[in-house]
Design a binder for this molecule. Structure first.
Ligand code: ZN
Length: 593
């Protein structure tokens, strides 16, 4: 099977964009939303436990129905963004989503008021299934505004602070970059130039880096305006919502405590020397006195030309998962046999990779662009981990308990990558293949753990700066970035002066109302490394714990998920467990040098 034939089959959802069932389902969804509003608006605050249970169940069946249509529309659009019929459906469903969100905003608000009056209801046995979900709503109650205020925020953001993200995206997509690729001058789009940052040729990487960040830096004041206004807007909204800090909102949505994240970030910064040790080893492997910023994620020069067919990738991933447990591999196998993966690279398809859960199908869909590189195989193993998580959670939990926060959602995906790493290391035919593999693993984990921590430190510095009454112009923001970056990298990397503008291109800094997007990735990486350490110790006895954790969906808190593995994430030194596993990979690399 060649990758060109690997497209997903969406017919279990709808037959095509022309399927008359689509409009029929949309009409049913509108009727259901109206019925829900008529039944419950103004009445939730007076419900008893049985009434509340009924209300939550109605919301779940509404969302299950609506989920099919939003999933079909977003999958179709991601796979073929340039087809007018699909664009029209996508636009229609997006508008419907926005209007339903406004129409049903009262649901969450009224449950909040009910819990505020009667917090004991959370512990009523009849509501047992929803205990943790209600705890989270309760945690958010004191930050809720009135329905009208909430609607006003949605409306003013739409053409206000949300527009900064659009501006940043438009800037990136409308600029051209002059890059010298293997000695040949080329003018490239941002996507094309960005793809060269990990090119095997060092001079090409240097040219791409300098070209991208020089042009971004030239318009630095524009990006500074955007970021300054987004952060100041957030400071105001955080005060209105009574948050203790600009980070608190993200802590609540991640279902986690400040102290745990502080411990995590402190541990990473304290152990930055371990990452630097790897970067120095990599410099050695690349025959350089010290790495340049353009070498941090570069492939090794002697990287063997590993290339994989889609079939080979499928076989390897199934084998890697199977070594862990055969039942655990069921979802992975199904994703292939039920044609739930769209792997063909083609024009008009969304960049990157994702796994979207399909609750009604108790399954998922994966989109990626498979070009046969080792990194493509890892991406696939990662996304199939998400599909495995969905497979277990959707079988054990009702819909609202499948709303898994980012810090938990990456458990099975990163673990899946580790299973593949184990297999590939064992089967590698030469030391150079093994070195290349270990470097790939350490590059990725190093970025996710250490570079992303630098981004969190940077974001914290921006808010501290605002609190001190400092004006965030371009150079001030660049200074915050380089200081945060150097806290992690020390003298292990030298940076082009243009790299002070590195912060300008990260889209998530411009996402309004979604601050501190970063640390969940650090958390997930270190948590999974910790449980992987347990797996190495416990072997098969570990398998049921993993299944139990995935089956819990969002019905348990991250602390309770940790307890399943006999781990206490609230313990201040907990995160050293993950660091040890990172170090273990470095030790293995060192032995081969
Ligand atoms: Zn993921």
């Amino acid at each position: 099977m060649i990758t060109q034939q690997v497209k997903w089959d969406l017919r279990e959802l709808f037959h095509s964009v022309n399927d008359p069932k689509i409009n029929q389902t949309i009409s049913e969804v509108i009727v259901l939303a109206n019925e829900f509003e008529m039944t419950y608006r103004g009445k939730i605050v007076n419900l008893n436990a049985d009434g509340l249970l009924q209300c939550i169940k109605s919301m779940e069946s509404f969302q299950a129905k609506f989920g099919d249509i939003t999933l079909f529309s977003s999958l179709s659009f991601s796979a073929n963004m340039t087809i007018p019929l699909i664009q029209a459906l996508h636009d229609k469903v997006n508008k419907l989503k926005a209007s339903i969100r406004k129409q049903l905003a009262f649901y969450q608000l009224e449950i909040g008021i009910l819990l505020n009056h009667n917090p004991q209801i959370i512990w009523e046995p009849v509501l047992h299934n929803y205990r943790h979900m209600l705890e989270l709503v309760y945690r958010n109650v004191k930050h809720q505004l009135s329905e009208v205020e909430e609607q006003l925020i949605i409306e003013k953001d739409q053409f206000g602070v949300d527009a900064w993200k659009e501006l940043q995206g438009k800037w990136l997509n409308t600029r051209m970059f002059d890059v010298t690729v293997l000695g040949e001058k080329k003018t490239l789009s941002y996507g094309e130039a960005n793809g060269l940052l990990s090119h095997f040729d060092r001079t090409t990487r240097e040219s791409a880096n300098k070209s991208i960040y020089r042009l971004l830096g030239k318009d630095g004041e524009i990006f500074a305006s955007a970021l300054r206004n987004i952060c100041n807007d957030w400071v105001n909204i955080s005060k209105r919502r009574n948050y203790n800090s600009p980070m608190e909102s993200s802590l609540i949505s991640n279902d986690i405590e400040q102290e745990i994240i502080d411990n995590l970030l402190r541990t990473i910064e304290e152990n930055a020397g371990i990452y630097r040790r790897y970067l120095k080893l990599k410099a050695n492997l690349m025959d350089l006195p010290v790495l340049g910023n353009h070498d941090v994620v570069a492939p090794l020069p002697e990287l063997p030309g590993l290339n994989f067919t889609f079939q080979k990738a499928q076989d390897m991933i199934i084998q890697a998962y199977n070594r862990f447990d055969t039942e655990y591999t069921t979802a992975v196998k199904e994703m292939f046999t039920k044609q739930r993966i769209d792997a063909e690279p083609r024009f008009g398809k969304r960049n990157g990779a994702f796994c979207a859960s399909y609750y009604n199908g108790k399954s998922a869909y994966i989109l990626n662009s498979f070009n046969g590189t080792l990194s493509d195989v890892f991406t696939l193993a990662h996304e199939l981990g998400h599909a495995t998580h969905d497979w277990y959670a959707s079988r054990s939990q009702t819909l609202l308990n499948n709303d898994i926060p980012s810090i938990v959602a990456e458990i099975a995906s990163i673990f899946g990558e580790l299973l593949l790493t184990d297999l590939l290391l064992e089967e590698a035919k030469s030391d150079s293949e093994r070195k290349a593999l270990l470097c790939l693993v350490l590059d990725e984990a190093g970025m996710t753990t250490f570079q992303v921590t630098a981004r969190v430190l940077f974001e914290q510095a921006l808010y501290a700066s605002i609190q001190n009454g400092e004006f965030l112009d371009y150079k001030t923001i660049c200074n915050h970035w380089t200081v945060a970056r150097n806290r992690i990298y020390g003298n292990a990397v030298t940076w082009f002066p243009e790299m002070e503008a590195e912060w300008t291109m990260k889209p998530h800094y411009y996402m309004a109302n979604y601050r501190f997007y970063n640390y969940p990735y650090v958390y997930a990486q270190m948590f999974v490394y910790s449980i992987y350490g347990k797996y190495l110790q416990e072997g098969k006895a570990f398998v049921p714990k993993m299944k139990k954790a995935l089956s819990a969906g969002s019905s348990l808190s991250p602390i309770e998920i940790g307890n399943i593995f006999d781990l206490n994430i609230a313990e201040p030194n907990f995160w050293n467990n993950g660091i040890k596993v990172f170090e273990h990979f470095i030790d293995n690399l060192q032995k081969m040098i």
